[in-house]
Design a protein around this ligand. Structure first.
Ligand code: SAM
Length: 226
């Protein structure tokens, strides 16, 4: 992406017609199909761990990685955050922009995969990744991209379903070995980072939506010192 996506402007939806998508078309298609199967996939409520962890933070520039149908992005924007929300699914983004319109908030939507988006380095005070479905690579590209986006003094908040990484592949084709889990991001942290939270805790589960059966979260909150 050549545009500096941190230079937020009003009504800057840049995913029109899907043509501007940056990323693997197969990943977009997989998630588009999943969203298109249901009129609404997630609960429509902000994630509980996000709400809890953001409580003590001063609103600034936030990147929502894999924003889905936009509940977190809208909630953050309502709270005074300058929100950039990144997502591979155009179907999800259409819904997300609608919710933002209904809420009368401004969010900068980016139709891209995390590692393809060309994010300006060190440009967010908070990078939030809530149950992200990031594919694993030998180079740890997704882990590095999450960390690289955080500005000095800023926070990476990564929340995932507990116990997933230890599971076997299932019949649906889902194999945990294909994905990035919080421990892999922790493994990439250098002396420039301090871990503020790294724990498993009961999930504050929203009512309804796919994934409501998951009962525990792993919460990683790391602050970039320099
Ligand atoms: C389990 S859902 C979580 C959605 C949202 N964060 C929530 O908590 O409701 C994972 C999301 O990540 C998106 N996604 C998958 N691969 C991605 C990638 N490489 N970059 C950005 N988003 C991605 C999917 O389309 C999906 O919306």
């Amino acid at each position: 992406m050549t545009e500096d996506i941190t230079a937020k402007s009003p009504s800057s939806d840049i995913f029109s017609a899907g043509d501007g998508y940056l990323g693997d078309p197969a990943v977009r298609a997989e998630w588009d199909n999943r969203y298109a199967d249901r009129g609404q996939l997630w609960s429509g409520q902000p994630n509980g761990a996000l709400v809890a962890e953001v409580a003590g933070l001063t609103p600034g520039r936030v990147l929502d990685v894999g924003c889905g149908e936009g509940a977190d992005a809208v909630w953050l924007a309502r709270g005074g955050w300058d929100v950039t929300a990144l997502e591979v699914s155009g179907v999800a983004l259409e819904r997300a922009t609608g919710h933002a319109r209904d809420a009368d908030v401004d969010v900068r939507w980016v139709h891209a995969a995390l590692t393809e988006a060309g994010l300006a380095p060190a440009s967010f005070d908070l990078v939030s990744a809530q149950y992200p479905a990031l594919l694993r690579t030998p180079e740890a590209a997704a882990e590095r991209a999450l960390l690289a986006a955080v500005a000095p003094g800023g926070v990476l908040l990564l929340v995932h379903h507990a116990g997933m990484e230890a599971r076997d592949a299932d019949e649906s084709g889902f194999d945990p070995a294909d994905y990035v889990w919080p421990s892999m991001v922790t493994a990439q942290l250098t002396d420039d980072w301090v871990v503020e939270v790294d724990e498993q805790r009961p999930r504050v589960a929203p009512d309804g939506g796919a994934g409501a059966h998951h009962t525990d979260d792993v919460v990683l909150r790391a602050r970039r010192l320099r």
